[in-house]
Design a protein around this ligand. Sequence first.
Ligand SMILES: Nc1nc2c(c(=O)[nH]1)N[C@H]1C(S)=C(S)[C@@H](COP(=O)(O)OP(=O)(O)OC[C@H]3O[C@@H](n4cnc5c(=O)[nH]c(N)nc54)[C@H](O)[C@@H]3O)O[C@H]1N2
Ligand SMILES: Nc1nc2c(c(=O)[nH]1)N[C@H]1C(S)=C(S)[C@@H](COP(=O)(O)OP(=O)(O)OC[C@H]3O[C@@H](n4cnc5c(=O)[nH]c(N)nc54)[C@H](O)[C@@H]3O)O[C@H]1N2
Ligand code: SF4
Ligand SMILES: [Mo]
Length: 716
Amino acid sequence: MREAKSFCRICAAACAVKMTIDDDERIVSIRGDRDNPMSRGYACFKGLQAEDAHHGRARLLHPLKRMPDGSFVEIPFEQAMDEIAAKLDAIRARHGANAIAGFNGTGSIMNVTASTMIPAFMKALGSTAYFSTTTVDQSAKYITLERLGGWAGGRPSIDTSDVAMIVGSNPLVSHSLTGCLTSDPTKRLKKAKANGLKLIVIDPRVTETAHYADVHLQPYPGEDPTIAAGLLRVILANDWHDADFCARFVEPGGVERLRQAVEPFTPEYVARRAGIAAAKLVEAATLFANGNKRGSVFFATGPSMSARSNLADHMLTCINVVCGRYRRAGDECRDVVTWRPLRDFREEVIAPVRSWEKTAPSRIRGAKIIFGEMMACNFADEILTPGEGQIRAVLNGSCNLVAALPDQRKVVRALNELDLLVTIDPFMTPTAKLSHYVIPPKMQYERADLPIAVFTLCFTPESLGAYTPEMLKPPPGSEVVDDWRVYWGLAQRLGLNITYEGRAMDMTRTPTTDELIELITRDAVVSLDEIKKHPGGTVFDLGVKVNPTRPEATGRFDVMPDDIRAELAEVAGEAVRVHSAPRAFTHLLAVRRLRNVWNSVHQMVTVRAKYPYNPVWVHPDDIERLGIVAGDKIEIESDHGRIPAIVEADASMKPGVVAMSHAWGDLPDSEAAYENGGSNTSLLITGEKYHEPINSMARLSGIPVNLRRLPNHPSA
Ligand SMILES: Nc1nc2c(c(=O)[nH]1)N[C@H]1C(S)=C(S)[C@@H](COP(=O)(O)OP(=O)(O)OC[C@H]3O[C@@H](n4cnc5c(=O)[nH]c(N)nc54)[C@H](O)[C@@H]3O)O[C@H]1N2
Ligand SMILES: Nc1nc2c(c(=O)[nH]1)N[C@H]1C(S)=C(S)[C@@H](COP(=O)(O)OP(=O)(O)OC[C@H]3O[C@@H](n4cnc5c(=O)[nH]c(N)nc54)[C@H](O)[C@@H]3O)O[C@H]1N2
Ligand code: SF4
Ligand SMILES: [Mo]
């Protein structure tokens, strides 16, 4: 028996944990580490299922190859690598490197060596077909950064704010509101409130987070552009914006153009559309902007999954811009990514560059390559559409493609068309079932790692420094590998030269995971040696401050560019309650995450025991109106598909809005019963009927649906 300290990498919260590991290399207990200054003993149910995840019966322990009859046989790792490399070589010779795609799924995004090796491999291969789940998540944020501009100084944390506005995020459940609330969210929020924080929440549900709100707007999903425009109208009409900040940092004339563009969005108009009270909208604008306050608007998947997600993101960010709700020169920055080079926090605008206007459009829906990535919502079409650039092979690093991408039937059709699908995943997911090879990776406590960061963007609200070595060995007799080794092994066989973290690698020698981590951290703010002195991680007090504006910094926020103005005008011209068009749909289906389940990862016995399926949450009044009772099985129908669901009464829902969590269910038309594994909402969604300009993001929330009693319902 030994005691060990590490940190959890299921989500960005990076909670520190203490584990007891027995002599057979089994985790026998795991708990939050009270000594850690950031997570302070907190760990959620998901993180505490490590024993089941690592040693449970659902875990795959050997690479698998699919046989012509559809069955899977175990295959030694090196042999799998040889066979996969031979197939890739042939595909590359015949169709070119762009016929080979790489997909960085959430399982590998949460793994520092995997998430950095996949793009390095793709570059060495010379393929631009690189995808990640970022573009079926909050890629609107990338678009806003490039269209409106960004702020190099960062935002104030809620710990030091007078006010915060949380839109379409439920961090008390998701632990994922970047820079705001991650680990131990409830205590942190309570403490901020005790220090005087006022909270505004905009969410169709009375969420766990909304319970702490001073003002809660409970709109229909999909109305964030309208609400943000309405808030901006009230703010500008009352001159509650920060005129000095705007004069220095907004394009000349920008505020005036914004003022004109939001003119149609009167409180009454917004209220009618969004299904809220006009007075409440004014109250929210007043609480946020009236007086010289500190504090920002934060938002996550609610706005980014609904219709007009790019517009919503732009308009919500404009509230921070016109109110100048950013850190200024001299302000302290307590969200430094300690294991990377120091970010230059500055009182400056990161100028909008619209890089997508400089790249050729993709073959599908004119989508662009953004930040070096192709768009995940078009993934299936990139496989199914013949011609130059058609994808024939996919190296899938831990994305449950079948569960996570819109239009499940199309995704399945596309995966079945592939000449080669390789999936790295510890579980036999629906996507693994369609793969030619399945490579099981080491699970989190078997690999050396760092917390997640995207570039120098820190996810935690404090300057966390954490490194974990391998805490235990993989199960005896198993053959599992660090994810990055798959790409490395293929690169060696294909004769590719990988440049990793700016370093040309010696391909004749396989490095260790720790050597890769040393490369990642070689210019770190805090040295890896120093970080390693704190098992499980610690918070570093670095005294980093926002630097003053440089004279040569000329970037300005572009608050009302022509494309945004045109889209906003289109919204203003829409009939009120557009969500019932084009057919008579009675409800809107919203996204919502489950407290105890991480996306599609519900194979573990302990998790299934809590949630055998994903219910549909319906307001009791709606249940009564439909002539059904809680516990009834119904059918949910959109303009694209239908899925079964069991009704759960939930008074926290807005009447007219129902919610279901994503990434459940097996393959479509499989024998698996809904009662054991749920159903997948992506069967209701298609990018063909609705998608965003630029990034082709589909509409995953606010989907018009009908709830139907099944023919055998007692009252039917
Ligand atoms: N427990 C748990 N935690 C998770 C995950 C999980 O599956 N389970 N998934 C992780 C992932 S991948 C991500 S990206 C993050 C996401 O983190 P969050 O964005 O915080 O996700 P949710 O908790 O679903 O909160 C989204 C909220 O948006 C609301 N909403 C839906 N549609 C709209 C809309 O149109 N407008 C507005 N204003 N609100 C809307 C929903 O009611 C919900 O309360 O969570 C991560 N954390
Ligand atoms: N309709 C609808 N669709 C959505 C969403 C929605 O809200 N509604 N949300 C979207 C969002 S925000 C996201 S991020 C995606 C999520 O989509 P995915 O990327 O599919 O995310 P996960 O289900 O978290 O995990 C992917 C895989 O990682 C594997 N995995 C688990 N542990 C490990 C490990 O230790 N190592 C490795 N290598 N793999 C592991 C899991 O078994 C799983 O198959 O779904 C998106 N799709
Ligand atoms: S909040 Fe995230 S990091 Fe913390 S224990 Fe839960 S899953 Fe792990
Ligand atoms: Mo996500």
